[in-house]
Design a protein around this ligand. Sequence first.
Ligand code: AMP
Ligand code: GLY
Length: 426
Amino acid sequence: MRVLVVGGGGREHSIVWKLLQSKNVSKIFCAPGNGGISDLAECVPIEADDVFRIVEFSKKEKIDFVCIGPENPLANGIVDELSKNGILAFGPSEKAAKIETSKVFAKKIMTKYKIRTAQYEVFENFEEALNYVNGKEPPFVIKADGLCGGKGSYVIRKREDAYSVLEDLFVKKVHGKAGERVIIEEYLHGQEVSYLVFSDGKSILPLITSQDHKTLFENDTGPNTGGMGAYAPVPFVSDEMEGLVKESIMSRAIEALRKEGVEYRGILYGGIILVGGLPYVLEFNARFGDPETQAILVQMDSDLLPIMVSCAEGNIKGVTPIQWKKGFAVCVVIASRGYPERPEKGKLIEGLENLKDESDIVVFHAGTKKVDGKYYTAGGRVLNVVARGEDINEAIEKAYSAIEMIRFEGMHFRRDIGRKAQMAKM
Ligand code: AMP
Ligand code: GLY
């Protein structure tokens, strides 16, 4: 099969890496890709959300299968457009992707179909929202309805902060149209877990559990980012809890969408929080998580291609459960100085060659570019160092020793990725 992967982050690098292990991939392209991806795939200079050019390219290059990484092209209806042109694509339709692209839509579905989530109110007006927060004790959470690149949710601990957040959303319109509607919801206190499932719109095929580290600094402090690291699987999620998430959240969501006339094909990502022994949904995403996918895919033994193709074709019935390697994978994100606000770019990355032949370590690139055989930083999140180990401690140790080999000016990373898994084991 001639395959095109859309996107250019660490997630897409890991998808390209995994797909290349499939004997059915004859040629792989990536749009736009990055420095690391260019070593594996033919990178095409088309932005991920340029639906028109991706469709044209796919027709011209006779692409058999397109896998969509990020949310923006899904929101722009890329899967619908590819399908209209007879090209098989992995990912939900624009309508189905609303589960991520509108938090209000997702909340309504959850309420109607009794999927556990935080209590909430919706506001379309600055004064009404202000009035509401005046009568509400922090902590609570304010969320923009639409896509904000992971920066649209604000945990409010002091009421004054709510005023400035609401002003940013409604008056300064920092997120544009995405912030025209706002959710204010209860703060839930618990452990967060990411749970991803493949779906053909009827049934689901689960992946292993994983945990993201969303904040910039250690001990879950500082501003939220796209994700500073992840590990998989999560040792403190029991089989019983996993069953509950699978049945009462993920299967129910697919069924709910179906009842609403929407067939959800692709990956459904549940951002789950465990509160008092019960799982609640913080958010749904309509795609693979980043950086969770980088940790999950190195643990996967099964061939990824036929699973994705079956989802896209609407028939995963015949697909056998996914086989997983034993042990754990840890992914540590290395970011540029200034991330997430104003990341520096153009710094020479050194030392990657030291890690090329390590069997349990793989470095997936995110914001990098390759010029004359050298890699340079080109974005906020730069590299994902992924290590496998028989236990979580070994995986963590290997990941951090690998990082010692890598250098670029201003690089920074969290030193506590996986610590919650270690604590759970003690
Ligand atoms: P979201 O964009 O909805 O995934 O939120 C981003 C992050 O904000 C989550 O990963 C949580 O850490 C935090 N968060 C969101 N909603 C809540 C909530 N209701 N209670 C506690 N933390 C939350
Ligand atoms: N890791 C969080 C996300 O992909 O949205």
